[in-house]
Design a protein around this ligand. Structure first.
Ligand code: PAF
Length: 282
């Protein structure tokens, strides 16, 4: 595994692979790698000649009162896992190389960024789109892999890639879950034992909502009420940011369920915000 820190050198190295006719599979991450990330890497390995993983905790996507400083970091352990997966290149830039003092450009994807998570984390998707665009320009991947747990992020990145003519296939991969259904996330380490138990309510609520629609209920309002009731029944939930049913393309709330839908939730447990979603094909 080659470890590269300098964007220009990484760009040259990736271009050389492309010139030799090799496809590049790219998995962007913020580190603290878990089985969810490893599943993206495995998929990238199956579908590409060369696999590149980036680890960069992107300050642009954290608000001033958010967890940038305490975001879990364990670079030694991440490197060990990546060696085990036998990836080709780890891109590990530092902040000054990604955002020199003169840096001033940002990418706004528009309305999609204002919905769901965007309402509660203003500027978050601007930060994500900006760093992903930079990473795409450095790595020039053939395919890039993202977890469906961050469904909105995937929709926004697909839109950005289309609008800005990035020549890359964006591939959304299934959410990896713990034995009790909790979606794997680097932020799960913030939860204490009781909170970890309470966090299962997210998946329970999504499954119940999906089952209810499959049994014939088509009212978005009824499904929203059901989802909120299930989540509120868990005393450790400190607040619900959203729990609803959405059009998976526009991310707008659905009132009458007729086609494929996305059930999505974001809640706070203690100071930790957790998100999850499932997709129902109708
Ligand atoms: O999903 C993440 O880990 C991040 O948002 C990403 C895509 C690596 C951009 O920083």
């Amino acid at each position: 595994m080659e470890l590269l820190r300098i964007p220009r050198i990484t760009q040259d190295s990736c271009k050389k692979h492309l010139l030799r006719g090799r496809s590049l599979g790219f998995v962007p991450t913020m580190g603290a790698l878990h089985a969810g990330h490893l599943s993206l890497i495995k998929r990238a390995k199956m579908e590409n000649d060369v696999v590149i993983v980036s680890i960069f905790v992107n300050p642009l996507q954290f608000g001033p009162a958010e967890d940038l400083d305490k975001y879990p970091r364990d670079i030694e352990e991440d490197i060990r896992k990546l060696r085990q997966e036998d990836i080709d290149i780890l891109f590990l830039p530092d902040n000054n190389l990604m955002y020199p003092q003169s840096f001033s450009t940002s990418i706004e994807v528009g309305a999609l960024s204002e919905r769901l998570y965007g309402k509660f984390r203003p500027g978050h998707f601007r930060g994500v789109a900006t760093v992903v665009a930079k990473l795409f320009n450095i790595i020039t991947p053939t395919r890039a892999y993202f977890g469906q747990k961050d469904f909105q992020q995937t929709v926004i990145i697909k839109k950005m890639a289309k609008d800005l003519n990035f020549d890359v296939d964006i591939i959304a991969c299934p959410t990896m879950r713990e034995h009790d259904g909790l979606a794997m996330s680097s932020r799960n380490v913030y939860l204490d034992k009781e909170q970890r138990r309470a966090a299962c309510v997210l998946y329970r609520c999504l499954i119940k909502a999906s089952d209810t629609v499959q049994s014939g209920v088509t009212s978005g309002k009824k499904i929203r009420e059901l989802m909120k009731d299930i989540i509120s029944s868990e005393p450790l939930i400190a607040g619900i940011d959203y729990a609803s049913v959405y059009d998976p393309e526009t991310l707008e709330e659905v009132d009458e369920i007729k086609n494929n839908v996305l059930f999505a939730v974001a809640v706070r447990i203690g100071k930790t915000r957790l998100i999850d979603n499932i997709f129902l094909i109708l």
